[in-house]
Design a binder for this molecule. Structure first.
Ligand SMILES: *Cc1c(COP(=O)(O)O)cnc(C)c1O
Length: 374
């Protein structure tokens, strides 16, 4: 029996090896390593994929978030609303520009921002809502956009985990003002190294971000803004172009693995991920909840089922991001999720018989209920 892997980057490479190797060779032959034609082509292709007008390649998802905030003119004295239940880069980027993150609890069913809690967090310093489409599921964008319009706030989408996810038929990233993607190797679209992308329909934002990622210069050695070295590399772009063509098939495979889990795990004690109406979830992670998460995780490990915890602590309880404004108990849903979440393998190379093996182990170890817990 093939061992079950939580991630399988080697299979991604193996399947596309001739094309990936040729793409790398192309870059080596031209030796155009920073920005250049591969990056430009990839930007166009990724913009199309996101149904966005502009896409600007950068060196990480974190840089994408940083530049999005800068392009919107957000800085010290400003507040940005976001969630405590995310990968901490979301909140770190707000600190990078000197602004204050204002946290809002999540909805336990979707792990995304609880739109009913946003109004109460708005002050006259609020400039933007930084929405995270966590685990591949779009947040409730209609409600968020309505609040943003009412209070004249910008909307930034952290789409680092949700390439190709859709909200009411629209791809995430270009629904709000600016969208940010990561191509960290483990993401749904992963580079052989670091990478990221900013997408937007706003030409001014696109121009500013294009300048800021490359030292604030449009003309070489004549910077007009104080920019950064946040450029995407040719090798990353060339490989990402090959993998982008495969992304739809990989997403379908993730979605059918998730659908199979939904069916096979219906009668366990574990709470299954719930999708809101009218979205296309891309299952970066398939995350269940269970009151005895740690026991379940270690027993699954001894049955050969690898799992992971995303994320063991909410942002306001992380030592590096502790803040006098927040204490344990302030975000009960995020805190409860941190204690109970467990991500099962859901990658595109997981076979249905492996999903069945994982499901059998979860059913045995998580306990069964008579009634559906949902
Ligand atoms: C991965 C990730 C990021 C950061 O992307 P990097 O490319 O690692 O800098 C930001 N936000 C979320 C939600 C992520 O999952």
């Amino acid at each position: 029996m093939e061992p079950i892997l939580f991630l399988d980057l080697q299979s991604e490479y193996r399947e596309l090896k001739p094309e990936i190797d040729a793409a790398i060779q192309r870059v080596m032959d031209k030796s155009q390593f920073i920005l250049g034609p591969e990056v430009e082509d990839f930007e166009r292709e990724f913009a199309d994929y996101c149904q966005a007008r502009h896409a600007i390649g950068v060196n990480s998802g974190t840089s994408a978030l940083h530049l999005a905030l800068l392009a919107l003119g957000i800085g010290p004295e400003d507040e940005v609303i976001t969630v405590p239940f995310t990968f901490f880069a979301t909140v770190a980027a707000i600190h990078y520009v000197g602004a204050t993150p204002v946290l809002v609890d999540i909805d336990e069913r979707t792990f995304n921002i609880d739109v009913n809690c946003i109004q109460a967090a708005i002050t006259d310093k609020t400039k933007a809502i930084l929405v995270v489409h966590l685990f591949g599921q779009p947040a409730n964008m209609d409600a968020i956009q309505a609040i943003a319009r009412q209070h004249k706030l910008a909307v930034i989408e952290d789409a680092a985990q949700s390439h190709g996810a859709e909200y009411k038929g629209q791809r995430v990233g270009a629904i709000g003002d600016i969208g940010c993607f990561s191509f960290y190797p483990t993401k749904n679209l992963g580079a052989p190294g670091e990478g990221g992308m900013v997408v937007t329909n706003n030409p001014e934002h696109a121009r500013t971000i294009r300048m800021l990622r490359d030292w604030g210069q449009e003309r070489k050695y004549h910077p007009t803004l104080r920019g950064y070295n946040y450029r995407l590399q040719g090798l990353q772009a060339a490989v990402l172009r090959v993998k982008l063509k495969k992304l739809e098939a990989w997403t379908q495979a993730r979605r059918s693995n998730a659908a199979l889990y939904d069916r096979l795990l219906r009668e366990t004690e574990a709470a299954l991920p719930i999708t809101i109406a009218d979205v296309r979830h891309v299952y970066h992670l398939y995350t269940i909840r269970h009151p005895e998460r740690d026991r379940l995780q270690s027993e699954l490990a001894s049955e050969g089922v690898p799992t992971a915890v995303h994320y063991p602590l909410p942002i306001h309880l992380l030592p590096a991001y502790r803040d006098d404004r927040y204490k344990a108990g302030d975000f009960p849903v995020a805190e409860a999720c941190s204690k109970s979440v467990l991500s099962l393998p859901v990658h595109a190379y997981l076979t249905s018989s492996q999903v069945e093996r994982v499901s059998e182990a979860v059913c045995k170890l998580a306990g069964r209920t008579e009634t559906c817990p949902r």
